[in-house]
Design a protein around this ligand. Structure first.
Ligand code: ADP
Length: 482
C-alpha cells in the first residue's frame, strides 16, 4: 500500500513528537472510491490535547517573538515544500477524500498560495498613529499575535481549509493545535511533517486526530487557547461558539451555506451553464459555496434546463484518481442517504427528476449527478444545505421577488448571478444578504479576497488582507507626560 512518498503520517504531532493515542487505539481511514483501508490514525482525546496545548503555549513564548523576516522565510519554505510535493499530496487527498485528481492538485496549489499570500501580507500588518487630543501625549496602535490557536477543519477541503488557518496564524506568530476531520486526516497531518521539515520549532504546530468531542472539548475548555477557528457545519459551529463563552475566546466560523444562483433572461446562457457546472458539481457538490438553488428567469428557463441536463449527463464519473474523471464518490453513505432524502422530498412535492436521481451503478457512495426542475420554496433544499450532486432548478418571473426568495434562508455565504445588465449587478450586490456575491462567474474563491459569510454562515474572514485580523490583537499604546 502506498504511503504517498512518506507523506502519509499515521501518528499525531505533539510538541515535536509523532505519537499514538494514550489508549493505543486507532481509527481506520478508507478510500471512498474503493472502500480500501488506506491506514490508521490515532484515536486521541482530551489528555493528548491538553499536552498539545501545553506545548503550543510554551512554544508561543519564543515563536511569537521570532523576527518577521524569519517567519516570512519559514512560510516561503513551507510554500515550496507543498508545491514540490504537489502530486503526492494531491494523490493522497484524492485517495482519502474522493475528489477528482485535477481538483486535488488545485487544492494543494491554492493552499500553497494562501501560505505565500500571508507571507506577503504579514509584512504589511501595520499599526497606526492617532492624533491625540492634547500635546502631552502620543497615541498609537500596535499589533500582536493572539496566542495559541485551536483550528478545527472539515473533510471537504482537508488541505486548503487548514492552509487558510495555519498560514495567517504562523505569519502572525501564533502557535496552533489543529484537529482535521476524522475521515480525511492525512491531508491535515502532513502539514505537521512539512512544517517540521522546513524548520518550525517543536510545539509551534500540533495536530491531533480522534474524538471530536474529546479534542474539541479540551481546546474549548482551555484558557490558554485564545482563539478558535472552525470550518464545518452550522450546528457544530453553534456548539463551539457557546463553548467559547466560558473563556471568552475569539472565534472565526466558516459554516454552512445555501447559495442561490440567479440566471436572468439577459444572461449569456452558455457562460451561465459553465458557471453552474463549477458552482454546483465541483467536489461532487460538497462545498459550502456550492449552489444549492438555481433560480432561472421564465424566458430563459427551458433553454437553461436543456443545456444543464446535457452538461450534467456528460460528466465523467469514476475513481477520482483516474485522469479525466470529473465526479468521484461522495464522502460516505450518510451523504448519499441525505441526497436521496432531498430527492424524495422534492418529488413528493411535485419536483421532476430530469437527469440522474439515483445511486450510481458503480455502487459504494457514488451517486448520479442529478437535475430536478419544478423546485419550490417548500422543498427541503430551499432551506437546507444539500452538499451533494443535485441541482435544483426554480423558475422565477421578476427581480425583486427572486432577491426575496434568495434571501429567505438562515444562511448567507455565497450568491451567484448571471446578467449582462450592469445596473442590475449592483442592485443584486446591495440586495443579496450574503458575504460574497459573484456576477457572471461560478468560482469566486481566491487568496486575495476575503472569504466569509453573514447570518448563520458565520463570522470572520479567511484570505484577503482581512484574513490576518482574526489572528492579531490590536493594542492601544498611549505615551503621555511628554
Ligand atoms: P462536516 O460534516 O463538514 O465534516 P462537521 O461540523 O460535522 O462538518 O465537522 C467539522 C469538523 O468539526 C470535523 O473535524 C469534526 O470532527 C469536528 N467536530 C464535530 N463535532 C464537534 C464537536 N462537538 N466539537 C468539536 N469539533 C467537532
Amino acid at each position: 500500500m502506498s504511503n504517498f512518498n512518506g507523506l502519509m503520517m499515521e501518528a499525531n504531532l505533539i510538541g515535536g513528537q509523532w505519537v499514538g493515542a494514550d489508549s493505543g487505539t486507532a481509527i481506520d481511514v478508507t478510500n471512498p472510491a474503493t472502500g480500501d483501508v488506506l491506514g490508521t490514525v490515532p484515536n486521541a482525546g482530551g489528555d493528548e490535547t491538553q499536552r498539545a496545548i501545553a506545548a503550543a503555549s510554551a512554544a508561543f513564548k519564543t515563536f511569537s517573538r521570532t523576527p518577521l523576516s524569519e517567519r516570512v522565510g519559514l512560510l516561503q519554505k513551507l510554500h515550496d515544500a507543498l508545491m514540490d510535493n504537489q502530486e503526492d499530496l494531491a494523490q493522497m487527498l484524492t485517495a482519502e477524500q474522493g475528489k477528482p485528481i485535477f481538483e486535488a492538485r488545485g487544492e494543494i496549489a491554492i493552499g500553497a498560495a494562501y501560505v505565500k499570500w500571508f507571507a506577503e501580507e504579514i509584512r504589511r500588518a501595520k499599526g497606526e498613529i492617532i492624533p491625540a487630543p492634547g500635546n502631552d501625549r502620543r497615541l498609537m496602535t500596535t499589533r500582536h499575535p493572539v496566542g495559541v490557536v485551536g483550528a478545527i477543519t472539515p473533510w471537504n477541503f482537508p488541505s486548503s481549509m487548514l492552509a487558510r488557518k495555519l498560514a495567517p496564524a504562523l505569519a502572525a506568530g501564533c502557535t496552533v493545535v489543529a484537529k482535521p476531520a476524522t475521515s480525511t486526516p492525512y491531508s491535515g497531518l502532513v502539514w505537521g511533517k512539512l512544517c517540521q521539515d522546513v524548520g518550525y520549532p517543536d510545539g509551534v504546530v500540533n495536530i491531533l486526530t480522534g474524538s471530536a468531542r474529546g479534542i474539541g472539548g479540551a481546546i474549548m475548555e482551555s484558557p490558554d487557547v485564545r482563539k478558535v477557528t472552525f470550518t464545518g457545519s452550522t450546528e457544530v459551529g453553534k456548539t463551539l461558539i457557546r463553548q467559547s463563552a466560558d473563556t471568552v475566546k475569539k472565534v472565526s466560523m466558516e459554516l454552512g451555506g445555501n447559495a442561490p444562483f440567479l440566471v436572468f433572461d439577459d444572461a449569456d446562457v452558455d457562460a451561465a451553464i459553465e458557471g453552474a457546472m463549477i458552482a454546483k458539481f465541483r467536489n461532487m457538490g460538497q462545498t459550502c459555496v456550492c449552489t444549492n438553488r438555481f433560480y432561472v428567469q421564465a424566458g430563459i428557463h427551458d433553454t437553461f434546463v436543456a443545456k444543464l441536463k446535457e452538461a450534467v449527463a456528460a460528466l465523467k464519473l469514476g475513481n477520482g484518481a483516474e485522469d479525466g474523471v470529473q465526479q468521484g464518490p461522495l464522502i460516505d453513505d450518510g451523504a448519499v442517504a441525505k441526497v436521496e432524502e432531498f430527492i424524495d422530498d422534492a418529488t413528493s412535492k411535485g419536483g421532476d427528476v430530469v437527469q440522474g436521481g439515483k445511486r450510481h451503478a458503480n455502487g459504494g457512495s457514488f451517486f448520479e449527478p442529478t437535475v430536478i426542475t419544478g423546485a419550490t420554496q417548500d422543498m427541503m433544499f430551499a432551506k437546507e444545505e444539500i452538499f451533494g450532486p443535485l441541482a435544483a432548478v426554480f423558475k422565477f418571473e421578476d427581480e425583486d421577488a427572486v432577491i426575496e426568495m434568495a434571501n429567505d434562508t438562515d444562511f448567507g455565504l455565497a450568491a451567484y448571478a448571471y446578467t449582462r445588465d450592469i445596473a442590475r449587478a449592483f442592485r443584486l450586490n446591495e440586495g443579496l444578504e450574503y458575504g460574497m456575491v459573484g456576477i457572471n462567474t461560478g468560482l469566486i474563491t481566491t487568496v486575495e479576497a476575503p472569504f466569509g459569510g453573514v447570518k448563520e454562515s458565520g463570522m470572520g474572514k479567511e484570505g484577503g488582507s482581512q484574513g490576518l485580523d482574526d489572528y492579531m490583537e490590536t493594542k492601544y499604546f498611549c505615551v503621555a507626560g511628554l
